[in-house]
Design a binder for this molecule. Structure first.
Ligand code: FMN
Length: 215
């Protein structure tokens, strides 16, 4: 059994990556093979609307663009579970994750009412979000509403609704003193990190276990 994690944060060792690695640890506890891909190591663009993937005279599910994402899109057709992670930027996913999802999700859908997906398997998935705001502020800004379409399309493409994990009020800098950040209370952030982040990590571990038990 293989699980692939996709890190949509440019930071390889921070909140999103830590939680993704916890998911992979949970999956490994169920004997899964695990791998993490850092999107920001790759050179690629979002969908260019060429519609090659919708052509009647070609095999569906193929993205015609040729770049660092090409082999990843092929690999994705063989995995047993998938976990995506993105920081929240401007109350949405990062541009790297958005471009990746445009390519992955759009190439696996065709404009047919009868055929919801051309993705070859039905696999469980998870999505992890990390963000600086508190849960209350995220709700006020409509973050979950902004993300809903992605969850709906993942459900349609992979055949199952994704498991979701939201990690709020994340710690952003190693040393808050070095950065203008007077709108946050470092003390409150540190308290939240000490109390809540280990719980988020545990929930991520359990997500990994569950994904493999359902695959
Ligand atoms: C360009 C940029 C935009 C951001 N916008 C938001 C935002 O709209 N809402 C929010 O809660 N946090 C925002 N943040 C904070 C990040 O979401 C937060 O620090 C996140 O945990 C970073 O993930 P990482 O530690 O894995 O890189 C932003 C950070 C950056 C760099």
């Amino acid at each position: 059994m293989n699980i692939l994690a996709i890190n949509g944060s440019p930071r390889k060792n921070w909140n999103t990556a830590i939680l993704l690695n916890k998911v992979l640890e949970g999956a490994a506890s169920q004997n899964a093979n695990t791998e993490l891909i850092n999107l920001y190591d790759l050179k690629y663009k979002g969908c260019t609307s060429c519609f090659f993937c919708k052509r009647k005279d070609r095999e569906h599910g193929q993205c015609a663009m040729n770049d660092d994402l090409t082999p990843i899109l092929e690999r994705l057709k063989t995995v047993d579970a998938l976990v995506l992670g993105s920081p929240i930027y401007f109350m949405n996913i990062t541009s790297g994750m958005m471009s990746f999802l445009e390519r992955f999700l759009f190439s696996n859908m065709i404009y047919s009412m009868e055929i919801p997906t051309v993705y070859p398997r039905k696999i469980p998935s998870g999505v992890i979000y990390t963000m600086g705001v508190t849960e209350e502020l995220a709700d006020n800004f409509g973050v979950k509403t902004n993300l809903k379409t992605y969850h709906d399309v993942i459900n349609r493409t992979l055949g199952l609704a994704p498991e979701l994990l939201f990690s709020y009020n994340t710690y952003q800098f190693t040393d808050y003193k070095k950065y203008e950040s007077s709108m946050f209370s470092e003390e409150e952030k540190a308290k939240h990190k000490a109390k809540q982040f280990p719980i988020d990590c545990e929930n991520a571990f359990n997500m990994g276990k569950k994904l493999m038990m359902n695959s």
